[in-house]
Ligand binder design. Structure first.
Ligand SMILES: NC(=O)c1ccc[n+]([C@@H]2O[C@H](COP(=O)([O-])OP(=O)(O)OC[C@H]3O[C@@H](n4cnc5c(N)ncnc54)[C@H](OP(=O)(O)O)[C@@H]3O)[C@@H](O)[C@H]2O)c1
Length: 276
């Protein structure tokens, strides 16, 4: 029983983390059910459940729910409260209805009780709903998760194609990227490893790097690198969001310079993290 493979359900299954996680789990011969609001082609051996409202899902057979629904930018149709908070409330109810004992959630690195950033507040509220739910939980507070088609890579690739990469402000603020493959391993570990039960753990890679150095390493084709004043970056983000290279909250998180110690993650999971 102790070595039995878990059955895992995934919300936010169409997203960057969700797609990579499902592929990883299927390759490990784990039974996966993806929950999607749009029609989505399941991997071979994977089940797919389409939903209009998480509250309407019944008969979900799973040992754990990996809840990946989330947004990092608000619009009038999709704000933090309705996505990050309300959908987490619904995910918890789904677990209770379906007798799923374990929930794994990805919050953000930098979330804390005194935060004033709207994105972090919504993540904190989601965390608190999970902690008070009575479910067994693992909450990962993630830095930038990187791998094929991650949002940062997509953004920088697009900028390279345009000939110039823009660095807002000094570029000295740091990030601590973690590889998507390591994230998938951690999520799987969280579903069974008791050491990760009822814990909040920072999901960070083994090395910190300044944004400028990250961009310089990324910029293999040697596009021009241009620093712009922060005021200009925020002004575009606020007044011309469709054209902005970095959103308002993206900028705040970047400037926040959120880094952590990866040792706790390695110790609890027993998994050695890979450097980029
Ligand atoms: N990627 C990172 O570096 C990173 C870092 C820190 C935290 N996180 C957190 O990790 C989680 C997954 O991130 P990701 O990068 O995979 O995000 P993503 O690519 O933006 O995917 C978001 C997922 O949420 C779903 N979704 C959004 N609004 C929804 C709604 N109202 N109802 C139902 N589904 C909805 C999307 O479904 P549709 O396809 O139907 O739109 C999509 O499957 C998120 O909670 C994110 O905040 C990610």
């Amino acid at each position: 029983m102790a070595n039995k493979k878990p059955i895992i359900a995934v919300t936010g299954a169409t997203g960057f983390v969700g797609s990579n996680l499902r592929k990883f789990l299927v390759e490990q011969n784990i039974s996966v059910t993806s929950l999607t609001r749009k029609k989505s082609k399941p991997f071979k051996s994977e089940k797919n459940m389409q939903f209009a409202d998480l509250d309407k899902i019944s008969n979900l057979k799973s040992d754990a729910l990996v809840h990946l629904i989330g947004t990092g930018a608000q619009t009038k149709e999709s704000d933090y409260e309705s996505v990050n908070v309300l959908q987490t409330q619904k995910a918890i109810q789904l677990c209770k209805r379906s007798n799923i004992k374990k929930i794994v959630y990805i919050s953000g690195l930098g979330v804390n009780n005194s935060t004033t950033l709207a994105y972090f507040i919504s993540k904190l509220k989601a965390e608190n709903l999970i902690i008070n739910s009575g479910l067994n939980y693992t909450i990962f507070r993630a830095s930038y998760i990187v791998g094929p088609n991650d949002p940062l890579t997509q953004n920088l690739t697009k900028q390279i194609k345009s000939g110039t990469i823009v660095i807002p402000g000094s570029g000295l603020y740091r990030l601590q990227p973690i590889l998507i493959n390591d994230v998938c391993k951690m999520i799987l570990a969280a579903t069974t490893n008791k050491k990760l039960s009822n814990k909040i753990v920072d999901l960070v890679g083994p090395k910190t790097i300044s944004f400028e150095n990250y961009v310089r390493k990324f910029n293999k084709s040697k596009a021009k690198i241009k620093k712009i004043p922060l005021e200009q970056a925020y002004h575009t983000a606020l007044n011309n969001p469709k054209k902005a290279l970095y959103g308002v909250d993206d900028l705040s998180i970047m400037i926040g310079d959120y880094v952590s110690n990866h040792k706790k993650l390695e110790k609890l999971s027993g998994i050695k993290l890979k450097t980029l």
